[in-house]
Write a protein that binds this ligand. Sequence first.
Ligand SMILES: Cc1ncc(COP(=O)(O)O)c(C=O)c1O
Length: 361
Amino acid sequence: MKPSHGANLFEIQEKYGFDMNEIKDFSSNVNPLGPSPKALSKLKDNLDKIGVYPDPNYNDLLTSIENYTKINRDNIILSSGTTNLISSFIHLVHPKNALIFNPSYSEYERELKKINSNIISYDLDKSCDFAIDQDKLIKMIEEENIELVILTNPNNPTGFALEKPKLEQIITSTKAYFMIDETYVEFSDVEKYSAIKLTETNDNLLVLRSTSKFFAAAGIRLGYGITGNREIYDKINYNTNLWNVNIFAEILGTEMFKDLEYQRKVFEYVNSQKSKIISNLKKLESIKVYPSKSNFVLCEILDKNIKAKDLREYLIPHALIIRDCSSFNNLNEQFFRFCILDEKSNDKLENLIEKFFNDIK
Ligand SMILES: Cc1ncc(COP(=O)(O)O)c(C=O)c1O
């Protein structure tokens, strides 16, 4: 069976007779401002390149990512989506014992199961807002002979993020490999939370970045990895097909990483909308709202008789789709997640959540 994540909008559209543009998808964590307009316009001007092979060295794209990340291009691995790199790295390290956090993104566990790794779970504690305790983690890595630690920073779906000095302390305390998935890091303070600079001094580290969420470009399937480990860099590239990034991803990517004004706008819009909806929802007695360093918010329904599924189903006829988080390990039927969309949709969601809990009393 193929994996699925969150809502299948095509099915919902068909079942409820919605137009695709009517549906407000609060489940897929994509920035509501859409892709960079400058990059889109460049793409439109170059649609005739469909008949041309991309540059096999991806020079322009790598220059753009190099300037954006301030990391040498010799340490940047291009990929058709972060998901591909997750799979390549796990298969390359082939860990006997791997550590994952629960709850977190489900693809890691799926890939580890394919190679029969022994999966050790660090169960995150909701009573401390799902924070990672670095001393406990270091002890677990030692005691369980962990060869690979997979950490999402900020974590999906909890929204918790570890600061760089704490990450450094963990990474330097062991020889285990680390895969740090920074798919959501641009929605937070990158200087404070990103581990990319740590790749310059630690060779047991691969940091993953995506363009699907912050840059709203999931359809082009462009991701990249950063590592200072030559062997990892060479082996992943060796196993990657020629032209694995398509020409439209190359064109869009090259432009969007340069568009600093757009990046600032996305960050400011999402964070101001997030503060507003969090502070309003916190007034409701029926739910606990967890803090978030990302563009999504995890909530827990406090009345055990009401399930996230009930709220999700209540919202669907209004064309709003949230994520019922009951399928995440170490969460239960009371948890749901929504991401930040445009102000009108956020207000509508907030009002309907409030109405749902008032009506059910
Ligand atoms: C933590 C995390 N990593 C990776 C991905 C997938 O990224 P990509 O679209 O670049 O493959 C997702 C998608 O939801 C995610 O939540």
